[in-house]
Design a protein around this ligand. Structure first.
Ligand code: SF4
Ligand code: SF4
Length: 441
């Protein structure tokens, strides 16, 4: 009997009526309780209790799926999960933990009511899913940062008083929205069907929401590297947020709406590969086929788009890289985004890109495959636990004595920057593609 079994009530409730019950029925393998996943679980390492481990959470979800526990009684413990999927990588039995966790989140999302539901919808549907609104918000925040108001509020202590100091401190210096597009020459007009135009290879760039608004320099760098490697970059109109944050919050209808918009947008460039520089978006868009599997009109289109999605490191790995010539003399540690290493199985490719840069020294960071605590909106919902997870990462980073830590996901870029500023480390945070772009004159 595990510690979790002790929590289970004797009387079963009506089973089989939820996303979780459905996911449990469809599961092809079951937990053998070996515990191999425990040493890799960041929340178990912090909290040290079985219920905060992958095995414990699976037990809890099993109990909900079978109707032995009510959803509300496990929401706290399971909700502390980062969704980092390190347990899936470690599991010898092939448990698809992520599917169970996602189904549970979906059930939790449908039960969310009142202010919490309204707040989630406002952020997800009212801001992230609307590029113009998001740009207006970024513009307002940029004015806040550059007008002196930020300095004033920080020194006044008001942010601390309102409990906003940590959240406000996450913001990087924001660029003017869409300014990066002026730096890039886009090719390949929409409507053509070939993957080559005049001998040049083609790719379509996915810009996303947060990445586009706050990390335009990464998009510019991506287009620069692609151009240096003879790949013409298209920017299909009508693309939107990928929908990952919506799905993780249980707002599946919104996620499906966004997926349909993206499928239609990228169909305008024929079958050109869809290149991304955000690990979270890539992991989610590769699953569009599953997301829309029950929609006969969209299922084949969703599967076709999912098959075209490539992380930029993955896209470049199958080509012979044009050797970069400009030296970038920096010591760089690479930190694996969970949604790249665990969700997409990509870890060698970004390292190979960094190794190709002349003068750059790649330093292996201990526990680089451990979550940094960002995990979508997790760091906002569980700031203390996310802070503990981040502190562990910062200890390794401080010992590595590097100039730069490189990672390929907007949430990780923000979270690592926050940890570095908290610890007072003299380390820059960059996307690997930015370093590679620097090496192409
Ligand atoms: S997804 Fe990550 S945090 Fe959640 S149980 Fe698995 S290893 Fe632990
Ligand atoms: S590694 Fe897999 S099978 Fe073993 S306890 Fe963890 S989830 Fe269960």
């Amino acid at each position: 009997m595990t510690a979790i079994d002790l929590l289970l009530p004797a009387e079963p409730k009506a089973p089989g009526t939820s996303h979780l019950a459905q996911a449990w029925r469809n599961a092809t393998s079951h937990c053998i309780k070996c515990g191999f996943c425990l040493p890799v679980c960041p929340t178990y390492s912090v909290l040290g209790v079985e219920a905060a481990s992958p095995r414990g959470r699976l037990d809890l979800m099993d109990a909900v799926a079978q109707g032995r526990l009510a959803l509300g009684t496990v929401a706290g413990r399971v909700g502390q999960c980062l969704g980092c999927l390190a347990c899936e990588t470690a599991c010898p039995a092939g448990i698809r933990y992520g599917q169970m966790f996602e189904a549970l989140q979906c059930d939790m999302g449908t039960q969310r009511r009142g202010w919490r539901r309204w707040r989630a919808r406002l952020l997800l549907d009212g801001v992230l899913a609307r590029p113009r609104v998001l740009r207006a918000v970024v513009l307002a925040l940029r004015v806040y940062q550059r007008s002196g108001l930020q300095r004033l509020l920080r020194s006044s202590g008001l942010l601390r008083l309102l409990g906003l100091a940590g959240r406000e401190g996450r913001l990087p210096p924001l660029p003017r929205p869409l300014a990066w597009r002026a730096e890039v020459e886009f090719g390949a007009p929409p409507g053509t069907d070939a993957t080559t135009t005049g001998g040049a290879q083609r790719a379509a760039l996915f810009t996303g929401c947060v990445m586009d608004a706050a990390f335009g320099a990464v998009h510019a760098a991506t287009a620069h590297v692609l151009a240096a490697n003879g790949v013409q970059c298209a920017l299909p109109a009508g693309q939107r947020c990928c929908g990952a944050l919506h799905a993780h919050a249980g707002e599946t209808a919104s996620a499906r709406r966004l997926a349909r918009a993206n499928i239609a947008a990228f169909e305008t460039v024929g079958d050109a590969p869809v290149v991304l520089n955000s690990a979270g978006c890539g992991a989610f868009m590769k699953r569009y086929g599953t997301l829309l599997a029950d929609d006969p009109a969209w299922a084949p289109r969703a599967a076709a788009l999912a098959a075209r999605v490539r992380d930029v490191s993955e896209f470049l790995a199958v080509r012979t890289l044009v050797p970069p010539t400009r030296a970038v003399a920096l010591r760089v540690a690479y930190d694996d985004p969970c949604h790249l290493v665990h969700a997409q199985g990509i870890s060698r490719e970004p390292r190979d890109l960094l190794r190709a840069i002349p003068g750059l020294t790649l330093v292996e960071l201990p526990e680089s495959t451990w979550c940094c605590g960002s995990a979508g909106s997790y760091s906002l919902q569980h700031p203390e636990l996310a802070g503990d997870v981040l502190a562990r990462k910062m200890r390794h980073l401080a010992a590595a004595r590097v100039d730069v830590v490189a990672t390929g996901n907007p949430g990780c870029l923000l979270q690592l920057a926050l940890g570095i500023s908290r610890q007072g480390l003299d380390v820059d945070v960059r996307h690997p593609i930015e370093l590679l772009a620097q090496a192409y004159p």
